[in-house]
Design a protein around this ligand. Structure first.
Ligand SMILES: Nc1ncnc2c1ncn2[C@@H]1O[C@H](COP(=O)(O)OP(=O)(O)OP(=O)(O)O)[C@@H](O)[C@H]1O
Length: 348
């Protein structure tokens, strides 16, 4: 079995890309665990969420596997400013280019709780806006489960050229996901401030093409993380996703209340899983209750933008994307209408 000493020896040969010193001398290894020849590491680095991090991931995995480990799980955190300065780095400047673009409308998609379809709505809204000829990007910032790449059927990783990361293009949408920065699907625990730093890097280090819309799939809930994002993106507009159940709407109202507190404009509510429509009789069955979206919209002084029924997209062999509805699918049409409404509400 691989020993701690062997791992450390291997990491002596890997340089932190920004500070150009090896990880051991930098005291960058904040945690090292070995279990049944599986090594898990937590590393503090100067600039997480950058092209360099992706290269570093690869270097660390190769080095530790080369020393005899079967698998390597990696987590990253941002090095403290104190440590950074000690090693000759500069603390990072906040604020970045994408955030300053005047022509990009930011749409944060949020929900009170998980599993209501927030990512599905984010993805289909982004694709539908692109189908309408808009230039669209999506950031999958749902740290509790970055599902966007899978939902869109993305197997590629972003291209990295020099310092820059190029988003993956799928259905004419530029896609960046937290999931691209995780090695081997290893579980990661993000804390609020880390997410903020990561997002900030997505805005500054990613080479976005022109964008009319940037859709942000945010983590559910109203915790620190969401608050962080709210304050970081004061210009962002919001869509709140709920199911029709009264309790779900009640929880979602808290997410909405926060948007109001942070003075984000609420574009409206999307009620997902609103009903099931029988193909035979056309009858609607309200499987998860009724009226939640309406109730929430009223509470937020807003409106229900769409009611999306239960239904699966057709699976296409040559264009595999398990959660993207075709524009001809009844649900695909509802998403096109939603995109139309969003364009109407956000045109200057
Ligand atoms: N209208 C719908 N009909 C059928 N299945 C749906 C619908 N909307 C979402 N789903 C399914 O429900 C599950 C949860 O959806 P999704 O991941 O979009 O929710 P979420 O709110 O983003 O969850 P999380 O917070 O865990 O990321 C997925 O398996 C998705 O395919």
């Amino acid at each position: 079995m691989i020993t701690e000493e062997q791992v450390l020896n291997a990491l002596k040969n890997v340089n932190e890309p920004y500070l150009k010193k090896n990880l051991v001398d930098l005291h960058a290894i904040k945690e090292l665990k070995i279990k049944e020849n599986m090594v898990s590491l937590k590393l503090a680095i100067a600039q997480p969420g950058t092209a360099e991090q992706m290269q570093l991931q690869q270097d660390v995995v190769n080095a530790v596997k080369g020393a005899g480990a079967d698998s390597v799980g990696l987590r990253f955190e941002k090095m403290s400013d104190e440590e950074l300065q000690k090693h000759g780095g500069q603390s990072q400047e906040e604020g970045s280019s994408l955030l300053k673009r005047k022509n990009t409308t930011f749409i944060a998609v949020t929900s009170g709780k998980g599993g209501v379809g927030k990512s599905t709505v984010s993805v289909n809204l982004a694709v539908s806006l692109a189908r309408k000829g808009k230039k669209v990007g999506i950031i999958d910032a749902d740290i509790y489960g970055f599902s966007v790449p899978d939902m869109m059927g993305i197997e590629d990783r972003p291209k990295v050229v020099g310092q820059k990361i190029y988003p993956v293009n799928r259905f004419d949408v530029q896609v960046i996901s937290m999931g691209f920065f995780v090695e081997d699907n290893s579980p990661i625990i993000w804390r609020g401030p880390m997410l903020g730093k990561m997002l900030n890097n997505f805005f500054s280090e990613v080479e976005w093409d022109e964008l009319d819309y940037l859709v942000l799939d945010l983590p559910p809930g109203t915790g620190d993380v969401a608050l962080d994002v709210h304050s970081m993106l004061p210009q962002s507009k919001e869509i709140i996703v709920t199911t029709p159940h009264a309790t779900a709407a009640f929880v979602a109202a808290r997410a909405g209340a926060m948007a109001m507190k942070t003075e984000h404009e609420i574009l409206g509510v999307v009620e997902n899983m609103a009903y099931f429509e029988s193909k035979v009789s056309g009858e609607k069955e309200y499987v998860f209750g009724k009226g939640g979206g309406e109730k929430l919209a009223k509470e937020l002084n807003s409106e229900v933008l769409a009611q999306i029924p239960l239904g699966q997209p057709e699976i296409e062999e040559d264009h595999f994307a398990p959660s993207v509805y075709n524009p001809s699918h009844p649900i695909g049409k509802i998403y096109m209408d939603l995109a139309e409404k969003i364009v109407g509400k956000t045109s200057k």
